[in-house]
Design a protein around this ligand. Sequence first.
Ligand code: ARG
Length: 292
Amino acid sequence: MKKLVAVLLAGVMCASLAACGSDAADESVTSDAEAVVEETTEETEEAAADEAAAADTEAAGEASGEVTTVTEGVLTMGTNAAFPPYEYYDDSDNVVGIDAEIAQAIADKLGLTLEIQDMDFNSIITAIQSGKVDVGIAGMTVSEDRLQNVDFTDSYATGVQVIIVPEDSEIESVDDLEGKLIGVQEGTTGHIYCSDDYGEENVRAYTNGATAVQALLSNQIDCVVIDQQPALSFVEANEGLKILDTEYTIEDYAIAVSKDNPALRDAINTALNELIEDGTVQSILDKYITAE
Ligand code: ARG
Protein backbone atom coordinates (compact mmCIF):
# COMPACT_ATOMS: atom_id res chain seq x y z
CA MET A 1 0.00 0.00 0.00
CA LYS A 2 2.71 2.39 1.05
CA LYS A 3 4.37 2.18 -2.32
CA LEU A 4 1.12 2.88 -4.11
CA VAL A 5 0.63 6.01 -2.04
CA ALA A 6 4.15 7.10 -2.88
CA VAL A 7 3.54 6.55 -6.55
CA LEU A 8 0.30 8.46 -6.52
CA LEU A 9 1.90 11.22 -4.54
CA ALA A 10 4.79 11.44 -6.96
CA GLY A 11 2.26 11.78 -9.77
CA VAL A 12 0.39 14.54 -8.02
CA MET A 13 3.58 16.32 -7.13
CA CYS A 14 4.79 16.04 -10.64
CA ALA A 15 1.57 17.50 -11.96
CA SER A 16 1.69 20.36 -9.50
CA LEU A 17 5.41 20.87 -10.01
CA ALA A 18 4.82 21.02 -13.72
CA ALA A 19 2.19 23.64 -13.09
CA CYS A 20 4.45 25.63 -10.77
CA GLY A 21 7.26 25.22 -13.25
CA SER A 22 5.67 27.33 -15.91
CA ASP A 23 4.27 29.83 -13.40
CA ALA A 24 7.63 30.14 -11.77
CA ALA A 25 9.26 30.78 -15.11
CA ASP A 26 6.78 33.55 -15.82
CA GLU A 27 7.31 34.98 -12.37
CA SER A 28 11.05 35.08 -12.78
CA VAL A 29 10.62 37.10 -15.95
CA THR A 30 8.54 39.62 -14.05
CA SER A 31 10.75 39.73 -10.98
CA ASP A 32 13.96 39.99 -13.00
CA ALA A 33 12.50 42.89 -14.88
CA GLU A 34 11.28 44.51 -11.67
CA ALA A 35 14.64 44.10 -9.99
CA VAL A 36 16.36 45.68 -12.92
CA VAL A 37 13.93 48.59 -12.92
CA GLU A 38 14.48 49.12 -9.21
CA GLU A 39 18.25 49.11 -9.52
CA THR A 40 18.20 51.64 -12.29
CA THR A 41 15.99 54.36 -10.85
CA GLU A 42 19.04 56.63 -11.00
CA GLU A 43 19.49 55.95 -14.66
CA THR A 44 17.44 57.19 -17.55
CA GLU A 45 14.08 55.61 -18.31
CA GLU A 46 15.49 54.41 -21.60
CA ALA A 47 18.40 52.51 -20.12
CA ALA A 48 16.05 50.86 -17.64
CA ALA A 49 13.73 49.78 -20.42
CA ASP A 50 16.66 48.32 -22.37
CA GLU A 51 17.85 46.35 -19.39
CA ALA A 52 14.36 45.09 -18.60
CA ALA A 53 14.05 43.91 -22.19
CA ALA A 54 17.43 42.20 -21.91
CA ALA A 55 16.30 40.49 -18.70
CA ASP A 56 13.20 39.24 -20.51
CA THR A 57 15.24 37.72 -23.30
CA GLU A 58 17.59 36.07 -20.85
CA ALA A 59 14.87 34.44 -18.83
CA ALA A 60 13.03 33.28 -21.91
CA GLY A 61 15.88 31.87 -23.90
CA GLU A 62 19.57 31.61 -23.24
CA ALA A 63 18.73 31.84 -19.51
CA SER A 64 20.69 33.85 -17.07
CA GLY A 65 24.20 34.01 -15.80
CA GLU A 66 22.33 35.44 -12.82
CA VAL A 67 21.88 32.22 -10.87
CA THR A 68 24.08 31.61 -7.88
CA THR A 69 25.95 28.32 -7.82
CA VAL A 70 28.40 26.72 -5.39
CA THR A 71 31.29 27.67 -7.67
CA GLU A 72 30.73 30.74 -9.81
CA GLY A 73 30.12 29.90 -13.45
CA VAL A 74 29.93 26.16 -12.73
CA LEU A 75 26.98 23.80 -12.34
CA THR A 76 28.21 21.14 -9.91
CA MET A 77 26.27 17.90 -10.24
CA GLY A 78 26.32 15.15 -7.64
CA THR A 79 25.64 11.67 -8.96
CA ASN A 80 26.39 7.99 -8.42
CA ALA A 81 27.94 6.81 -11.65
CA ALA A 82 27.14 3.12 -11.29
CA PHE A 83 23.70 3.40 -12.78
CA PRO A 84 23.73 2.73 -16.52
CA PRO A 85 22.35 4.10 -18.80
CA TYR A 86 21.69 7.19 -16.65
CA GLU A 87 25.27 7.58 -15.39
CA TYR A 88 28.29 5.34 -15.78
CA TYR A 89 31.96 5.48 -16.79
CA ASP A 90 32.91 5.07 -20.44
CA ASP A 91 36.20 3.50 -21.54
CA SER A 92 38.01 6.83 -21.20
CA ASP A 93 36.86 7.16 -17.58
CA ASN A 94 34.37 9.93 -18.27
CA VAL A 95 30.95 9.92 -16.64
CA VAL A 96 28.45 9.58 -19.48
CA GLY A 97 24.78 8.69 -19.84
CA ILE A 98 21.33 10.21 -19.97
CA ASP A 99 21.75 12.35 -16.85
CA ALA A 100 25.20 13.58 -17.89
CA GLU A 101 23.83 14.67 -21.28
CA ILE A 102 20.71 16.33 -19.90
CA ALA A 103 22.87 18.12 -17.32
CA GLN A 104 25.24 19.31 -20.05
CA ALA A 105 22.33 20.64 -22.12
CA ILE A 106 20.94 22.49 -19.09
CA ALA A 107 24.36 23.91 -18.17
CA ASP A 108 24.79 25.13 -21.76
CA LYS A 109 21.46 26.93 -21.62
CA LEU A 110 22.37 28.54 -18.30
CA GLY A 111 25.80 29.57 -19.56
CA LEU A 112 27.51 27.39 -16.92
CA THR A 113 30.29 24.80 -17.13
CA LEU A 114 29.22 21.35 -15.97
CA GLU A 115 31.26 19.58 -13.30
CA ILE A 116 30.30 16.07 -12.24
CA GLN A 117 31.09 14.70 -8.78
CA ASP A 118 30.69 10.96 -8.33
CA MET A 119 29.67 9.83 -4.84
CA ASP A 120 27.57 7.23 -3.01
CA PHE A 121 23.92 7.63 -3.93
CA ASN A 122 23.15 7.97 -0.25
CA SER A 123 25.39 11.07 0.06
CA ILE A 124 23.87 13.12 -2.74
CA ILE A 125 21.10 14.83 -0.75
CA THR A 126 23.50 15.76 2.08
CA ALA A 127 25.96 17.12 -0.50
CA ILE A 128 23.19 19.39 -1.85
CA GLN A 129 22.15 20.50 1.63
CA SER A 130 25.71 21.26 2.71
CA GLY A 131 26.48 23.25 -0.44
CA LYS A 132 29.01 20.78 -1.85
CA VAL A 133 27.04 20.39 -5.08
CA ASP A 134 24.29 22.41 -6.76
CA VAL A 135 22.14 19.58 -8.02
CA GLY A 136 21.60 15.86 -7.69
CA ILE A 137 21.01 14.24 -11.07
CA ALA A 138 21.09 10.52 -10.54
CA GLY A 139 17.92 8.87 -11.80
CA MET A 140 16.61 10.21 -8.53
CA THR A 141 12.99 9.49 -7.73
CA VAL A 142 10.80 12.26 -6.35
CA SER A 143 9.59 11.09 -2.95
CA GLU A 144 7.79 12.64 -0.03
CA ASP A 145 10.72 11.95 2.30
CA ARG A 146 13.26 13.59 0.01
CA LEU A 147 11.02 16.62 -0.42
CA GLN A 148 11.53 17.30 3.29
CA ASN A 149 15.22 17.92 2.53
CA VAL A 150 15.50 19.15 -1.06
CA ASP A 151 13.39 20.61 -3.85
CA PHE A 152 12.83 18.81 -7.13
CA THR A 153 12.49 20.20 -10.64
CA ASP A 154 9.85 18.95 -13.04
CA SER A 155 10.26 15.30 -13.95
CA TYR A 156 12.30 14.36 -17.04
CA ALA A 157 11.87 10.57 -17.08
CA THR A 158 9.94 7.68 -15.61
CA GLY A 159 11.55 4.95 -13.56
CA VAL A 160 10.20 1.50 -12.76
CA GLN A 161 11.41 -0.70 -9.93
CA VAL A 162 11.84 -4.27 -11.17
CA ILE A 163 13.07 -7.57 -9.75
CA ILE A 164 16.16 -9.40 -11.03
CA VAL A 165 16.40 -13.13 -10.25
CA PRO A 166 18.60 -16.02 -11.39
CA GLU A 167 17.11 -17.70 -14.46
CA ASP A 168 16.13 -20.81 -12.50
CA SER A 169 14.65 -18.91 -9.53
CA GLU A 170 11.45 -20.03 -7.88
CA ILE A 171 10.48 -16.37 -7.49
CA GLU A 172 7.95 -15.67 -10.24
CA SER A 173 6.41 -12.39 -9.21
CA VAL A 174 6.41 -9.72 -6.54
CA ASP A 175 4.01 -11.95 -4.55
CA ASP A 176 6.82 -14.47 -3.98
CA LEU A 177 9.20 -12.03 -2.26
CA GLU A 178 7.93 -12.70 1.26
CA GLY A 179 10.69 -14.28 3.36
CA LYS A 180 13.26 -14.01 0.56
CA LEU A 181 16.58 -12.20 0.89
CA ILE A 182 16.34 -9.07 -1.23
CA GLY A 183 19.36 -7.06 -2.45
CA VAL A 184 19.01 -3.32 -3.02
CA GLN A 185 21.15 -0.21 -3.53
CA GLU A 186 21.56 1.63 -0.27
CA GLY A 187 19.34 4.67 0.26
CA THR A 188 17.27 4.15 -2.88
CA THR A 189 13.52 3.94 -3.13
CA GLY A 190 13.88 0.18 -3.76
CA HIS A 191 15.65 -0.07 -0.39
CA ILE A 192 12.93 1.92 1.37
CA TYR A 193 9.99 0.07 -0.21
CA CYS A 194 11.46 -3.38 0.37
CA SER A 195 12.32 -2.61 4.00
CA ASP A 196 8.78 -1.34 4.56
CA ASP A 197 7.07 -4.18 2.73
CA TYR A 198 9.23 -7.20 3.67
CA GLY A 199 11.08 -6.13 6.84
CA GLU A 200 14.62 -4.83 7.18
CA GLU A 201 15.90 -8.25 8.22
CA ASN A 202 15.07 -9.52 4.72
CA VAL A 203 16.90 -6.74 2.91
CA ARG A 204 20.64 -6.45 2.17
CA ALA A 205 21.78 -2.98 1.08
CA TYR A 206 24.81 -2.60 -1.20
CA THR A 207 26.61 0.64 -2.08
CA ASN A 208 25.57 0.27 -5.69
CA GLY A 209 23.54 -1.85 -8.07
CA ALA A 210 26.54 -3.61 -9.58
CA THR A 211 27.65 -4.93 -6.16
CA ALA A 212 24.10 -6.10 -5.43
CA VAL A 213 24.08 -7.99 -8.73
CA GLN A 214 27.46 -9.60 -7.92
CA ALA A 215 25.98 -10.78 -4.61
CA LEU A 216 23.04 -12.27 -6.51
CA LEU A 217 25.41 -14.07 -8.90
CA SER A 218 27.25 -15.61 -5.96
CA ASN A 219 23.98 -16.76 -4.35
CA GLN A 220 24.23 -14.53 -1.29
CA ILE A 221 20.76 -13.11 -1.94
CA ASP A 222 17.63 -14.32 -3.77
CA CYS A 223 16.87 -11.28 -5.92
CA VAL A 224 17.72 -7.63 -6.56
CA VAL A 225 15.14 -4.84 -6.63
CA ILE A 226 16.41 -1.97 -8.75
CA ASP A 227 15.37 0.51 -11.44
CA GLN A 228 14.49 -1.07 -14.78
CA GLN A 229 17.08 0.46 -17.10
CA PRO A 230 20.10 -0.37 -14.92
CA ALA A 231 18.52 -3.81 -14.40
CA LEU A 232 18.49 -4.35 -18.18
CA SER A 233 22.16 -3.32 -18.41
CA PHE A 234 23.17 -5.64 -15.55
CA VAL A 235 21.23 -8.60 -16.95
CA GLU A 236 22.75 -8.03 -20.37
CA ALA A 237 26.26 -7.88 -18.91
CA ASN A 238 25.90 -11.03 -16.79
CA GLU A 239 24.78 -14.49 -17.78
CA GLY A 240 22.10 -16.46 -15.97
CA LEU A 241 19.89 -13.60 -14.80
CA LYS A 242 16.42 -12.41 -15.83
CA ILE A 243 13.99 -9.62 -14.98
CA LEU A 244 10.52 -10.58 -13.81
CA ASP A 245 7.57 -9.28 -15.80
CA THR A 246 5.78 -7.88 -12.78
CA GLU A 247 6.80 -4.33 -11.99
CA TYR A 248 7.21 -3.32 -8.38
CA THR A 249 6.56 0.45 -8.61
CA ILE A 250 6.52 3.27 -11.15
CA GLU A 251 8.25 6.55 -10.26
CA ASP A 252 9.25 9.98 -11.55
CA TYR A 253 12.88 11.00 -11.92
CA ALA A 254 13.72 14.67 -11.35
CA ILE A 255 16.65 16.91 -10.49
CA ALA A 256 17.18 17.65 -6.79
CA VAL A 257 18.12 21.24 -5.90
CA SER A 258 18.75 22.94 -2.57
CA LYS A 259 15.69 24.41 -0.87
CA ASP A 260 17.85 27.52 -0.37
CA ASN A 261 18.23 28.12 -4.10
CA PRO A 262 14.77 28.43 -5.67
CA ALA A 263 16.18 30.72 -8.38
CA LEU A 264 18.41 27.89 -9.58
CA ARG A 265 15.49 25.45 -9.52
CA ASP A 266 13.39 27.87 -11.58
CA ALA A 267 16.16 28.50 -14.09
CA ILE A 268 16.72 24.75 -14.47
CA ASN A 269 12.98 24.20 -14.93
CA THR A 270 12.86 26.84 -17.68
CA ALA A 271 15.83 25.22 -19.43
CA LEU A 272 14.53 21.69 -18.87
CA ASN A 273 11.08 22.49 -20.24
CA GLU A 274 12.63 24.04 -23.35
CA LEU A 275 14.69 20.86 -23.78
CA ILE A 276 11.58 18.71 -23.32
CA GLU A 277 9.54 20.82 -25.77
CA ASP A 278 12.17 20.91 -28.51
CA GLY A 279 12.66 17.12 -28.30
CA THR A 280 16.22 17.18 -26.91
CA VAL A 281 15.35 15.18 -23.79
CA GLN A 282 13.52 12.54 -25.82
CA SER A 283 16.40 12.18 -28.25
CA ILE A 284 18.84 11.73 -25.35
CA LEU A 285 16.54 9.07 -23.83
CA ASP A 286 16.22 7.35 -27.22
CA LYS A 287 19.99 7.34 -27.69
CA TYR A 288 20.47 5.27 -24.53
CA ILE A 289 17.20 3.36 -24.21
CA THR A 290 16.32 1.10 -27.08
CA ALA A 291 12.70 0.05 -27.26
CA GLU A 292 12.26 -3.63 -26.47
N1 ARG B 1 15.46 5.80 -8.55
C1 ARG B 1 16.04 5.28 -7.38
C2 ARG B 1 15.99 6.30 -6.27
O1 ARG B 1 15.87 7.46 -6.53
C3 ARG B 1 17.46 4.80 -7.57
C4 ARG B 1 18.41 5.83 -8.10
C5 ARG B 1 19.86 5.36 -8.02
N2 ARG B 1 20.69 6.22 -8.78
C6 ARG B 1 22.03 6.07 -8.94
N3 ARG B 1 22.65 6.92 -9.72
N4 ARG B 1 22.65 5.12 -8.34
O2 ARG B 1 16.11 5.98 -5.12
